[in-house]
Design a protein around this ligand. Structure first.
Ligand SMILES: Nc1nc2c(ncn2[C@@H]2O[C@H](COP(=O)(O)OP(=O)(O)O)[C@@H](O)[C@H]2O)c(=O)[nH]1
Ligand SMILES: [Mg+2]
Length: 322
């Protein structure tokens, strides 16, 4: 456990007393991405906390938030305290009615004791993956048993977020073509469980069959994620969804795969930070920008200059003791 960072004594005390406002403030520190956030994380860390991190990803409108709410309610009823970290860049553009929906849903969940936090800022130290991973750590230390990470399944930042989960659930619309889209977006490879949501409407079963077909193309039988139909809205099939998650967790814990995943998660988060730091600092402060400019001034083509600068930087890195 690290020393309590200066100026954070009151925050640390309130966090340890279980004040939810302190958790929210601690997450803001992490999002702001200042160095002192690391000492705060060290001080508050609880590596042995009993906490599962479940990623929920898929296209906009598939029902990720609705599913997250349904899971959060089910777990809360079992006495498992649940936090929902929603990373949904589309929430900024939808506005209007949808935004109203979101706020209503968030406040209904909060009154059930679910902690809801939306995260949009990229953070400045290691991007969104680092910020969300750190926020999940804080929720675990605070005493939450379940952390849901909701993210739209597009783009690198969102993939970084999914890599911070123990298990990933992919939620799809019940319409033909969604399975193929998901395959193209690489979603099928990251899924531990595939859900065709909105089974109260038409086409869910057919979409599930399409998905099974798409899975035949990308995965062998032993590593195929289960495909289920459900309605997050009216609760249909939710018992099966909860049961499937439970047995996936058992398999992960028994085979030692969970430790591997958690190591991969730490590595991925460190990679986000190192990558981000290198890009920012080596480029501007480490002189890579200046060197590239010199080459461009000499008439070297941009891509060629990049190759030379990269090789030079890697050669210098190789001299750093590992
Ligand atoms: N009919 C039906 N509508 C649903 C279901 N789940 C979500 N929805 C609706 O689909 C819309 C998008 O849901 P939302 O959870 O915000 O999707 P997200 O963008 O993936 O988070 C909302 O209007 C929901 O009420 C479902 O199981 N059945
Ligand atoms: Mg959502």
């Amino acid at each position: 456990m690290g020393a309590i960072p200066k100026g954070q004594e009151e925050l640390v005390a309130a966090f340890r007393e279980g004040k939810i406002g302190a958790l929210a403030r601690a997450i803001s520190r992490v999002e702001e991405g200042r160095e002192e956030a690391f000492s705060l994380l060290e001080t508050l860390q609880a590596p042995d906390a009993d906490c599962w991190r479940t990623g929920i990803t898929g296209p906009p409108g598939a029902g990720k938030s609705t599913l997250a709410a349904a899971l959060a309610r089910a777990w809360s009823e079992e006495g498992r305290r649940t936090a929902l970290l929603a990373v949904d860049p589309s929430s900024e553009v939808t506005g209007g009615a949808l935004l109203g929906d979101r706020i209503r849903m968030a406040s209904a969940l909060e009154s059930d004791g679910v902690f809801v936090r939306s995260m949009a800022s990229r953070g400045s130290l290691g991007g969104l993956g680092q910020a969300v991973g750190a926020a999940a750590d804080l929720c675990a230390s605070f005493g939450f048993h379940e952390v849901l990470l909701e993210t739209v399944g597009v783009g690198q930042a969102e993939t970084d977020v999914a890599s911070q989960a123990d298990l990933v659930v992919v939620v799809l619309h019940p319409r033909s073509g969604d399975g193929i889209q998901a395959m193209k977006a690489g979603l099928l490879e990251t899924a531990d469980l595939l859900l065709v949501n909105k089974s109260d409407t038409q086409g869910a079963e057919a979409t599930a069959r399409d998905l099974e077909g798409a899975l035949d193309l990308v995965q062998d039988a032993s590593s195929r994620p289960p495909v289920l139909c459900c309605s997050a809205l009216d609760g249909g099939g939710m018992g099966e969804v909860l049961g499937a998650l439970e047995s996936l967790r058992e398999n992960l814990s028994e085979g030692g795969a969970l430790e591997d995943r958690r190591m991969a998660r730490s590595l991925a988060r460190a990679q986000c930070m190192v990558g981000d730091g290198l890009r920012r600092r080596a480029w501007a402060e480490g002189g890579l920008e200046a060197r590239t400019r010199r080459l461009l001034d000499e008439g070297v083509l941009s891509d060629r200059a990049a190759g030379e600068v990269l090789e030079g930087a890697l050669a210098r890195l190789a001299e750093v003791p590992s």
